[in-house]
Write a protein that binds this ligand. Structure first.
Ligand code: CAA
Length: 296
């Protein structure tokens, strides 16, 4: 059975999540306050589906049908009124997410599961903003969503076991593999990933090695598809800094303190792919060009 899905936020993660649900037969309402952002998201989904068609992963007819299953909506209240699952993928900002979940609690039907794609904000805290914490859960997709197999499923303190089982089943239906984890700072993905990225930045900061060498060691030595510095640029240096802040504050352990170089780059607006420069430079389409002149 294909339950009606609503996705909040039409940024990179939101459009990827809408893409995979629509691709697997679900009707999706993609909701964003900005109509222009919704149009942009639909064109990105269309291009990413074209890529799948050209690779033979999807037929042209399936692509047309999948795109036809996506409805664009600027009003949260009307967008979620018949949803069985809402996946919130708005900006990673605690106050904003709490506000969205208060509104979802008001407007989503009883029985609707409320999921957040947060990469590090506490699911327990988000759930506590609603009158149905048992129905709130984390669904942490990885970027690029159409390619990455994992969904990290996060149980909040009050998440009901039946809700977790439903989400595991849904992940299977959209071709993903779920891993269920408990709600502690950074969950599992970012608790392990971010210290690695931070250590790579410290290695650069302390002059142990240059950008290319650090990334090549991890790519060729550990078979990572991207080195940690390129991955940090891909995720967004501001996002990395914010997640390290959550780990540092949440555990009170200095081992999570963000490298001063990371903090300085974010302050200066060097955020990686999205700003055109981080440890590397990028063209307007986000394609990697070369190591930033600052690190040569
Ligand atoms: N939609 C659909 N398909 C896409 C796509 C998209 N947005 N982006 C890439 N692809 C497809 C390509 O078509 C290609 O398909 P084939 O293998 O069939 O040819 C495949 O993905 C690989 O893409 P490319 O050839 O363009 O490039 P690549 O081989 O360099 O791979 C990559 C790109 C998949 C991003 C790879 O470099 C990679 O896996 N990087 C690591 C990504 C990662 O670690 N993501 C997690 C980040 S952490 C996170 O998201 C959570 C958080 O909280 C911070």
């Amino acid at each position: 059975m294909h339950l009606p899905i609503a996705v909040i936020g039409a940024g990179t993660m939101g459009n990827g999540i809408a893409h995979v649900f629509a691709q697997h037969g679900f009707g999706v309402t993609l909701i964003d306050v900005q109509a222009a952002q919704l149009e942009k998201a639909l064109s990105i989904i269309s291009k990413n589906m074209d890529r799948q068609v050209s690779k033979g992963l999807m037929s042209a007819a399936d692509r047309t049908e999948a795109l036809g299953r996506i409805i664009l909506e600027t009003e949260l209240a009307s967008g979620v009124k018949s949803a069985s699952l809402v996946v919130e993928a708005a900006t990673e900002n605690t106050a904003l997410k709490l506000d969205i979940f208060r509104k979802l609690d008001q407007h989503a039907p009883a029985g609707c599961i409320l999921a957040s794609n947060t990469s590090s904000i506490s699911i327990t805290r988000i759930a506590a903003a609603t009158s149905r914490p048992g129905q709130v859960i984390g669904m942490h997709f990885m970027n690029p969503v159409p390619v990455m197999k994992l969904v990290e499923v996060i149980n909040g303190y009050a998440t009901e076991a039946a809700i977790t089982q439903t989400i595991i089943g849904l992940c299977r239906q959209i071709g993903k593999i779920s891993c269920v984890v408990n709600d502690y700072p950074g969950f599992i993905a970012n608790r392990i990933l971010m210290p690695m990225i931070n250590e790579a930045i410290y290695s650069l900061f302390e002059g142990v090695a240059a950008v290319t060498e650090i990334d090549t060691v991890m790519k060729l030595g550990m078979a990572h598809p991207m080195g940690p510095l390129q991955l940090a640029d891909f995720i967004g240096l501001d996002v990395c800094l914010s997640i390290l802040g959550v780990l540092h504050e949440g555990f009170g352990n200095p081992k999570y303190a963000p490298c001063p170089l990371l903090a300085k780059m974010v302050t200066a607006g060097y955020l990686g792919v999205k700003s055109g420069e981080g440890f590397y430079t990028y063209d307007a389409s986000g394609k990697l060009c070369e190591v930033s002149a600052r690190f040569k």
